[in-house]
Write a protein that binds this ligand. Structure first.
Ligand code: 3PG
Length: 333
């Protein structure tokens, strides 16, 4: 604490000066990740957050919701991955002004509860897209080679690839599929610019029925919005060509698991690979063996590059929001 030495009196007297800046609490940014970011990604967050004069708090690998509820209490900003930001978490976060989901899908955040409190919710679209796209292609190859068990597999080249959802991830999958010699089709009712399909190596199809009945591989890239829950069901699965493979790097909720099991019991040629284990995954594994595969833990965005990009973007978006009021990536408008 600085001091002022006064010489008014014969004996110098020391008066304390109140440091008003020290009385103002710095903005607190909490990173709450049950599945932590790589160290480099955390370092990047720290650099951005502390560079702006804010305080960084880390809650990693937590196993109990109570830890999150306690940690958010005095946080002004929150960065999460797939961590559940429920109405209860939002209610406990008395100072919260912004939540950034470092990633694409924000179905883990209760946006309605946030909106009610005037809290801004953002995602970081595109930042981990390449990692997810590479995994989708990897899963297609893995299933095409019989999960690397002895036997004759098949190649992707020359096959038809259907991309269901043509956002940042789907577009990269389109380009990679094209580069592998695949005939690429894509479905996205929300894209109005036709050139996006051509630029990313895909032909546009108008309906899911057309996509599923045409393609040897379907790669899912639709968000878990209400209209997409259990969207991939009996009719679409039954219409898939012989030997078709469904790859899900989106969300388990977009596939109707019960109907998938029903169709797979009859269609012994179909295969399913998912990065988000189905609720009934153990049952599916038991019934269908190597025809189904789920990554042991969600792998899509689990690369050093994706971690770094999404984490750094999340921190930068928070600072840009506080300093400039930038809400470009707000999703709860
Ligand atoms: C996303 O929506 O961005 C991905 O599913 C990544 O999720 P994760 O951060 O939990 O790995």
């Amino acid at each position: 604490m600085p001091t002022i030495v006064s010489h008014i009196y014969e004996e110098p007297v020391k008066h304390k000066v109140v440091d008003f800046y020290a009385l103002i609490e710095p903005m607190k940014v909490l990173v709450a990740t049950e599945k932590p970011f790589a160290k480099k990604a955390v370092d990047a967050i720290r650099e951005v957050v502390e560079g702006a004069g804010y305080e960084l708090a880390l809650l990693e690998k937590y196993t109990d919701k109570a830890e999150l509820l306690a940690a958010v209490k005095d946080a002004d900003a929150l960065i999460v991955r797939s961590d559940k930001v429920t109405a209860e978490v939002i209610a406990a976060a008395e100072q919260l002004k912004i939540v950034v989901r470092a990633g694409a899908g924000y179905d883990n955040v209760d946006c309605a509860a946030a909106t009610e409190r005037g809290i801004v919710v953002m995602n970081t679209p595109g930042q981990n897209a390449n990692a997810v796209a590479e995994l989708a292609l990897g899963l297609m190859i893995y299933m095409s080679r019989n999960t690397f068990k002895p036997g004759t597999g098949k190649e992707l080249s020359g096959k038809k690839l259907g991309i269901h959802g043509f956002g940042a991830i789907g577009q990269i999958v389109g380009r990679y599929g094209k580069a592998l010699g695949m005939d690429v089709y894509a479905l996205s009712p929300s894209i109005t610019d036709e050139s996006i399909f051509e630029q990313n190596g895909a032909k546009r199809v108008a309906t899911a029925e057309e996509l599923y009945s045409t393609c040897d591989y379907i790669s899912l890239h639709i968000p878990a919005k209400p209209q997409n829950i259990k969207f991939v069901g009996k009719a679409l699965l039954e219409s898939m060509p012989k030997g078709a493979i469904l790859v899900n790097t989106a969300r388990k909720e977009v596939v109707n698991e019960e109907e998938l099991a029903e169709v797979f019991a009859v269609r012994e040629d179909l295969k399913y690979a998912t990065d988000i284990a189905a609720a009934s995954q153990a049952e599916l594994n038991e019934k269908f063996g190597n025809r189904v595969f789920a990554t042991p833990k969600k792998q899509g965005a689990e690369t050093a590059e994706a971690n770094y990009n999404a984490a750094k973007a999340a921190a930068s978006q928070i600072v840009d929001f506080f300093v400039n009021g930038n809400r470009k990536f707000q999703v709860n408008k």
